[in-house]
Design a protein around this ligand. Structure first.
Ligand SMILES: *[C@@H]1O[C@H](CO)[C@@H](O)[C@H](O)[C@H]1NC(C)=O
Ligand SMILES: *[C@@H]1O[C@H](CO)[C@@H](O)[C@H](O)[C@H]1NC(C)=O
Length: 418
């Protein structure tokens, strides 16, 4: 669920909250999400570091300033209290969430299964990123998040500025003279990696291994019904996309609330997608339901509507390319009427593509088309044919099939290179 991408994930959450609501009967999600204070006031809320500390891990909260003035909140488990390895060499890992998600997504499964904990206990210095605009990154050196200009960014800027700043900051702060890091991203967390590494290829030297869970760049074969139905409206330059653009995307916005809460109404055109989401989630106990309440308390974590529009543009164009601002602005910015493609051929770092055959957001054909253009990749199809987008986060067996293999690849890299 959470992590990752597009409206579908939000819908999935809302659908779930609806389901839990019926059972618990006492949480009014509409009221909760309709109250901006409940959402933005993160002071009283537990943060990712509070949650990690509650499990006994040393946890830090950093504020990193990007080249263009955004301040992103990043969390860190610097070492493992179990290993007491604070004075030993600890290779850096940066982990990046998906669309409308945040660093909390990675720790929902708890210390026995969650990737950050497993990495810390394997001796790594673990960093959990948050892209600009989400709950932990509504901050800027001069702009207020209440100002519309704050929201003029898509995932391009998250990759180009935020991830670059996080990598450099982690390398500096770790203090062990490391020159490169391991990277893990889910969904949008992969898109921002591809964006950065193709637009600023010098960053490839700062990557040891990169793990793309449900990689999203080319979106031609995406099968998600919701995305397919709104794509033609919001994925092209028109009055709909203009009205929708450059805003904070959080469900207390009335327009979106109406959209969200109509999603699963019996006579809505989107009802089939809703049913499918529920079927998948509840089928055969695949998903860790115990982790859901925490997931709902932390998601959706907000983003700019331009992030969604940018994805819908990719879905419409079939290209992995920069944001389409319309001809006049494109000419000014890019020197061409059509935005330039990201030169993914320049991504020379070692990229592991972890993908599922049942993922209706990261379709196999699109992953393969991207892989064709990547010079240094390794394919890691998920064995379980039912594995879908959300399984990368909350499948009951995520430790065995995904997290442990990833940790082992990183450990092997360290053994071979030290
Ligand atoms: C914004 O950034 C400043 C400067 O790093 C930091 O002190 C402050 O706590 C941040 N505020 C929020 C809400 O993250
Ligand atoms: C499911 O989530 C709960 C709550 O975080 C956790 O205690 C449990 O270990 C998780 N189980 C699996 C198999 O991920």
């Amino acid at each position: 669920m959470q992590n990752r991408f597009l409206l579908a994930i939000i819908f999935l959450l809302i659908a779930l909250s609806g389901a839990l609501n019926i059972r618990s009967g006492d949480i009014d999600f509409f009221k909760l999400y309709n109250d901006p204070e409940a959402h933005i006031n993160i002071k009283e809320r537990r943060t990712t570091s509070d949650r990690m500390a509650a499990h006994g891990y040393p946890a830090e909260h950093h504020h990193i300033v990007t080249e263009d003035g955004y301040i992103v909140g990043v969390f860190r488990i610097p070492y493992s209290h179990k290993l007491q390895n604070q004075n030993e060499y600890r290779p850096i890992v940066l982990i990046q969430h998906g669309l409308t998600s945040c660093s909390d997504a990675w720790i929902l499964n708890g210390p026995d299964d969650g990737l950050p904990y497993l990495l810390a206990d394997a001796g790594f210095d673990v960093w959990l990123g948050n892209g600009r605009g989400n709950t932990y990154s509504r901050n800027h050196t001069t702009l207020s998040p209440k100002h519309p200009y704050f929201w003029r960014f898509s995932w391009h800027e998250i990759g180009y500025y935020d991830i670059a700043a996080m990598i450099d900051y982690a390398l500096k702060t770790n203090g062990q003279d490391q020159k490169s890091i391991h990277y893990v991203g889910h969904s949008q967390g992969t898109t921002v990696f591809f964006t950065l590494m193709s637009s600023r290829p010098e960053y490839n030297d700062k990557i040891k291994t990169a793990h793309m869970f449900a990689p999203i760049a080319i979106m031609t074969h995406l099968e998600n019904e919701f995305v397919r139905s709104v794509g033609p409206y919001l994925g092209n330059r028109n009055i709909y996309s203009l009205l929708f653009s450059s805003q904070e995307f959080i469900p207390y916005n009335d327009f979106l609330l109406a959209l969200l809460f109509n999603f699963c109404e019996p006579d809505q055109m989107l009802r089939p997608s809703c049913d499918r989401v529920m079927d998948r989630l509840y089928a055969g106990g695949r998903v860790n339901i115990t982790a859901m309440p925490e997931g709902l308390a932390t998601h959706p974590a907000g983003c700019s509507t331009n992030q969604m529009i940018h994805y819908l543009q990719e879905q419409q164009s079939g290209h992995f390319r920069q944001f389409d601002h319309g001809i006049a602005r494109n000419l000014e910015l890019y020197g061409s009427e059509i935005p330039p493609d990201y030169p993914v051929e320049k991504i020379t770092s070692k990229v592991y593509l972890w993908y599922g055959f049942n993922d209706n957001l990261a379709a196999v054909e699109d992953v393969l088309a991207l892989a064709d253009r990547l010079p240094n990749k390794e394919m890691r199809p998920m064995e379980d044919l039912l594995w879908n987008h959300g399984d990368f986060a909350l499948n009951m067996e995520v430790r065995k099939y995904l997290n442990e293999p990833v940790v082992n690849i990183m450990k092997k890299f360290e053994e071979d290179n030290n």
